[in-house]
Write a protein of this length. Structure first.
Length: 296
């Protein structure tokens, strides 16, 4: 039997007119959910226990929920396998003043970009690594995070009118949010979510997507990549959590493999505009898939 595909309604107004505008994502992230957070928010359950985002990336849904006061008093677990990413969040949380100072010294030009990219993160302090990552992220091509087989960041210089390398106000708001005692950061595999997610909790997975074609594969997030075996493992964990009574949401590409693998769950087709193509006139809207373990 073919799974039912739900078409989302037009975005509704959410929350109070006096909503707080910060914190918001401080990293651009290829495949990030900033542009889709209003749609994702519509499918968040009215009530849930703890919140888990085990593939954090830019954290768009976390920040959206935080701004709308949906996480107040709840335990929140934010994690990712990317060590540099989690270290950057930790530096924003704990060393914001020094981070802003270092970011303010960076310049947006090609030669400086490649000089910073050539630095070995292992030779830098925590806050220096974080400043390097934010600078490369804001100045590089379309927010990509990609490493080669040696684990070296290899995204090229981007073309931006205003890359916004340093935003002290937002970094201050993010730091304050992350310092709340109920918010926990960890560098770990997404599989560890099974050890702490309880019935009634909400888990959101935003993995590297199953590629639409052999030429659209941007999953070199870790030097080992995120292949179909990883996708299969993720689908198994999704099912395990759902059977346990955990409310699970997952974003992925609108491909036959994903639709077939998650058959039996609620599938929501979501239009999105992605900017990973080097040619702006080819950045057409494409369909993505939101998978829900519960009825919206």
């Amino acid at each position: 039997m073919r799974p039912a595909v739900v078409e989302p309604n037009s975005p509704a107004q959410m929350g109070s007119t006096t909503r707080r505008m910060t914190p918001r994502p401080f990293l651009k992230w290829a495949g990030g959910k900033s542009q889709l957070s209003h749609i994702l928010f519509k499918y968040v359950p009215d009530s849930f226990g703890g919140y888990h985002e085990p593939m954090l990336g830019g954290g768009a849904l976390f920040f959206s929920l935080y701004r709308e006061n949906q996480l107040s008093g709840k335990p929140v677990f934010l994690s990712d396998l990317n060590t540099e990413l989690i270290d950057t969040y930790r530096a924003v949380r704990n060393r914001r003043h020094m981070l802003v100072e270092i970011l303010s010294t960076h310049r947006y030009n090609r030669s400086h970009f490649y000089a910073v990219r050539a630095l070995d993160p292992k030779n830098l302090s925590l806050v220096e690594r974080a400043a390097r990552m934010i600078y490369l992220n804001r100045s590089g091509f379309n927010g990509l995070y990609r490493v080669n087989s040696r684990g070296e960041f290899n995204v090229p210089f981007g073309r931006h009118k205003n890359p916004g390398i340093c935003d002290p106000d937002n970094l201050q708001a993010v730091s304050a949010a992350l310092r709340k005692k109920e918010i926990h950061l960890a560098c770990e595999s997404f599989e560890n979510v099974t050890e702490r997610a309880d019935r009634g909790d909400l888990v959101y997975f935003d993995p590297p997507y199953v590629p639409l074609s052999n030429t659209s594969n941007f999953v070199s997030y870790q030097k080992s990549g995120f292949d179909l075996n990883s996708q299969e493992k993720l689908a198994t964990i999704f099912t395990l959590l759902a059977r346990r009574g955990v409310r699970v949401m997952l974003s992925n590409s609108y491909t036959q493999w994903v639709r077939k693998r998650y058959k039996g769950f609620v599938l929501v087709k979501v239009p999105a505009r992605r900017c990973v193509n080097s040619k702006a006139d080819r950045r057409n809207p494409i369909d993505e898939l939101l998978v829900l373990s519960f009825k919206p």
